[in-house]
Ligand binder design. Structure first.
Ligand SMILES: [Zn+2]
Length: 389
């Protein structure tokens, strides 16, 4: 990702760090691991997922977005903490086998954070917070502060904590401001779903649509809140270099200028967006405006598999060069998450997050990695999870 491809290359790993990259003939002596005829790349970055929903795959077909959220929320509430943890583990195992080493997860619970720590992958666990009623703001913040304090006590160099005010239809303006203040005071990154559906745009721009009806039904006052969902976030001081904007489908030129001005990252999730018929994010226009864009799978409740390479291919469209696809799936995601100084290129000094993909695989088929390491620790070998039964 930082230079031309190297045929018959060698990557030397020293502990958790890449110490040398170059042609095999020039490699320094050491213990050799022959990976075969593969593309050896930086580990892939999933810029948006909800790992604990992996078990929900295929459950809610044919529902509208609004009905889907309602059904999903009810189904999730029926799972125990152990079931959610198992579901998150399943998501990471699936991701590892597809070459994903970094996970940007947004979840209201602990399961993905726990699973990332346990399985040795890299990630940011953005703690989700909800509260569409301004009267709930203080209670939501109290819960968030407590949860985040407990998580931060267990942060590691691999797994970091962030904040996620869920979306404009589930978070009041007051709560957006409070979370943004908290993020700034604690230097925490922030992730939020934005400009995903027409219903969301209707709610914030006009104060009507299905979300407005639902909120009014819960005795919550609904008024127009901004020109667009991105405008709402700017008004509430959510935007900045530490902010990851998830989806960004309904973004016009002004919104893209706003996103670029505040130097936000963007996670685009093409398969999930298709699942709902939401359309596609203006990825080319955002990239032209120097917006840092990464690709995400979203949860398996709106996708059939976790495959970031496929997401990157869809995000860039039919004319994209293969090199661009790989870049979006690695360095693109790392830039969006502010991790590009640490991972996502094979360069001396970077973390040894690596994934090898057998050459000649069908580009339309599922991405399968034969070898994966995170911070120098081997997690997949010969296409199998290390230590898997
Ligand atoms: Zn999401």
């Amino acid at each position: 990702m930082s230079g031309p491809d190297i045929e018959s290359g060698t990557v030397v790993v020293d502990g958790d760090i890449i110490s040398w990259v170059g042609p095999r003939a020039l490699a320094p002596p050491g213990r050799d691991v022959e990976l075969g005829d593969v593309i050896l790349a930086p580990g892939l970055v999933n810029a948006h997922t909800h790992l604990d929903l992996t078990v929900m795959r295929g459950r809610f077909g044919g529902l509208s977005f609004f009905e889907w959220i309602r059904a999903l929320t009810a189904a999730r509430a029926g799972l125990s903490a152990e079931q959610l943890l198992d579901s998150a583990r399943g998501g990471i195992r699936e991701g590892l086998l597809a070459g994903i080493t970094t996970y940007a997860d947004t979840t209201p619970g602990d399961a993905p954070f726990e699973a990332m720590l346990e399985l040795g992958v890299r990630g940011i666990a953005y703690r989700e917070v909800f509260g569409p009623d301004p009267r709930q703001c203080e209670a939501s913040m109290a819960g968030l502060r407590e949860a985040v304090a407990a998580m931060r006590a267990r942060e590691t160099p691999l797994v970091r904590v962030g904040l996620s005010p869920h979306a404009a239809y589930s978070v009041s303006d007051e709560l957006f401001t409070a979370v943004a203040d908290f993020a700034r005071s604690e230097s925490l990154p922030i992730a939020t779903h934005v400009a995903e559906s027409e219903d969301e745009s209707q709610l914030v721009s006009n104060g009507d649509g299905v979300f407005a009806v639902f909120l009014r039904g819960r005795d919550i006052t609904v008024n127009p809140r901004g020109r667009t969902p991105v405008d709402v976030l700017e008004r509430r001081s959510v935007l900045g270099p530490n902010a990851l904007l998830i989806h960004c489908i309904r973004c016009d030129e002004r919104d893209i200028v706003t996103i670029a001005k505040h130097r936000c990252g963007v996670a685009t999730c093409p398969m999930s967006n298709r699942y709902f018929g939401h359309g596609a994010a203006p990825v080319a226009a955002m990239r032209d405006a120097n917006v840092r864009v990464g690709a995400g799978s979203d949860s398996m409740a709106s996708n059939d598999r976790m495959d970031v390479l496929r997401e990157a291919r869809l995000a860039l469209g039919a004319g994209a060069r293969e090199r661009e696809v790989w870049e979006l799936a690695t360095l693109g995601g790392a830039r969006a998450l502010g991790l590009d100084h640490v991972i996502s290129s094979l360069e001396a000094g970077k973390q040894a997050d690596l994934a090898a993909f057998p050459r000649g695989a069908d580009p339309g088929g599922p991405t399968r990695a034969s070898f994966v390491a995170v911070a120098g620790r081997v997690l997949v070998e010969d296409g199998q999870l290390h230590g898997s039964p």
